[in-house]
Design a protein around this ligand. Structure first.
Ligand SMILES: [Zn+2]
Length: 201
């Protein structure tokens, strides 16, 4: 329909895969052979590159089950990764704790930065990081990834979350996985999808 209106070629691709393409071409997966992009935002976007090529069939890491009898996910299943480890979930958990559904992303960032004397907030972050790390460890092992790039709005919270994530991965991953996989922040944040869309062939 769009093509009919503007009369130039039009392509459609999943946003997580577009973001992954941007990281592979210009960003933190550039040097990688077997690399994974995980876009941690409203949900969890996925792009997997094996031997340098995007594998279209491997998608939706956000919907692998990581919790038995877990929370209902938007996809209809229970216990999906993104029902525990998306940025949206972390933000909603903070909103729930403060009983304030109007807290903006910026206000939540400030709360997380100044959480030292609120034990409950630290507990929320800790639980979130534990779930996030489980999925990263799973993906690392399944795909024998040399690099996993973490992007999406997670990048905006990196100073609070990224160090904790690396510590948790160090705790749960076995030496083989740690040796094999480097976990990095993505180069691009929410613009990655737009940049990657220019690379669709
Ligand atoms: Zn799901």
């Amino acid at each position: 329909m769009i093509k009919e209106k503007i009369n130039i070629p039009v392509y459609v691709k999943n946003d997580g895969m577009c973001a992954g393409l941007a990281e592979k071409e210009y960003g933190s997966l550039k040097e990688s052979t077997n690399g994974i992009f995980l876009g941690i935002g409203t949900g969890i976007g996925t792009a997997v590159f094996i031997q340098g090529k995007l594998v279209e069939q491997i998608r939706s890491a956000g919907h692998m089950i990581i919790e038995r009898n877990g929370k209902k996910c938007g996809c209809g299943k229970n216990g999906c990764y993104e029902a525990y480890a998306s940025m949206q979930v972390l933000k909603n958990n903070i909103r729930e704790y403060f009983k304030d559904g109007t807290l903006t992303s910026e206000e939540i960032l400030e709360i997380l930065k100044n959480q030292d004397n609120i034990n409950k907030v630290e507990d929320i972050i800790k639980e979130y990081i534990e779930y996030l790390a489980i999925g990263i460890s799973n993906m690392s092992r399944i795909c024998s990834a040399d690099t996993i790039a973490i992007g999406g709005s997670f990048v905006h919270y990196q100073e609070i979350l990224f160090g904790r994530l690396l510590d948790e991965l160090d705790r749960i991953m076995i030496p083989l996985e740690k040796e094999q996989t480097k976990v990095k922040l993505a180069k691009f944040d929410n613009n990655a999808g737009i940049i990657g869309a220019t690379l669709i062939k």
